[in-house]
Design a protein around this ligand. Structure first.
Ligand code: DC
Length: 225
């Protein structure tokens, strides 16, 4: 059995705006499995650092607060509710600035190490669907089902723009394309757990594919479940 403790895991990795979060949530619902949005953990950590005036380059201090991060996830009407030290930060952590800050703290090896167990604790029966950058390559490298979802930077920025708008967050499309490309570069070029497909991942390019088609491909991959 390839999965951790015989618990099946589906990992969906990919860059920002590839649709991995949407597909992961749909799959978790379909399979009745737990869901881990690993990016939200990095976003909350960055938020905690800003709240406590910790420099986003202070690796030792960030690793320390990562260990003790008071973070609670809950699903409410299909929406992920995120509490940091009891405060609802669900909307705050979704801005592009928060994504950028998350990408910065995520490039620090001690921070990533400090968050490994917290992520692995989500692996509970009957199964786990998880999305991020290194789910299939590092955190759940023994997962049975792995997907790497990508799309062009322009299409991802457009999706992000729509998503942010739906959440009532105003943004600028050309600035988003630049920010997304910068974040891709940082996430792909870092030394530890860079963004890249696992060698055994199903790679899907969703540039010209709707979310329903991606969902169908991933459902077929997990058809035996
Ligand atoms: O998936 P997201 O956009 O919410 O992630 C925010 C940032 O967190 C992303 O730019 C890089 C980092 N991240 C990571 O390094 N590893 C993960 N597994 C998930 C996110």
């Amino acid at each position: 059995m390839k999965s951790m403790n015989n618990i099946p895991v589906l990992t969906i990795d990919g860059p920002s705006g590839s649709g991995k979060g949407t597909v992961a949530q749909l799959m978790a619902k379909k399979l009745g499995w737990h869901y881990l949005d690993s990016g939200a953990i990095y976003r909350v950590l960055a938020q905690a650092a800003i709240k406590h005036n910790i420099d986003l380059n202070d690796e030792a201090k960030l690793a320390e607060i990562a260990h003790d991060l008071d973070l609670v996830f809950s699903l409410e009407n299909d929406d992920l509710k995120v509490l940091l030290e009891g405060e609802n930060v669900s909307i705050l952590i979704r801005s592009e600035q928060a994504g950028n800050a998350a990408s910065k703290v995520a490039s620090l090896p001690l921070v990533r190490a400090a968050l490994l167990d917290r992520q692995r604790d989500f692996c509970q029966l009957p199964g786990l669907v998880t999305d991020g950058r290194d789910m299939g390559t590092v955190v759940f490298q023994h997962a049975e089902y792995k997907v790497f979802l990508t799309a062009s930077a322009e299409v991802r920025a457009e999706r992000r723009y729509k998503q942010l708008k739906e959440k009532g967050i105003e943004s600028n499309l050309s600035a988003l394309i630049t920010e997304i490309s910068e974040r891709d570069d940082r996430d792909s070029q870092r030394e530890v757990a860079p963004l890249r497909p696992a060698s055994d991942a199903l790679v899907l390019d969703s540039t010209a594919m709707g979310i329903e088609a991606v969902f169908e491909h991933v459902s077929t991959l997990c058809a035996e479940v």
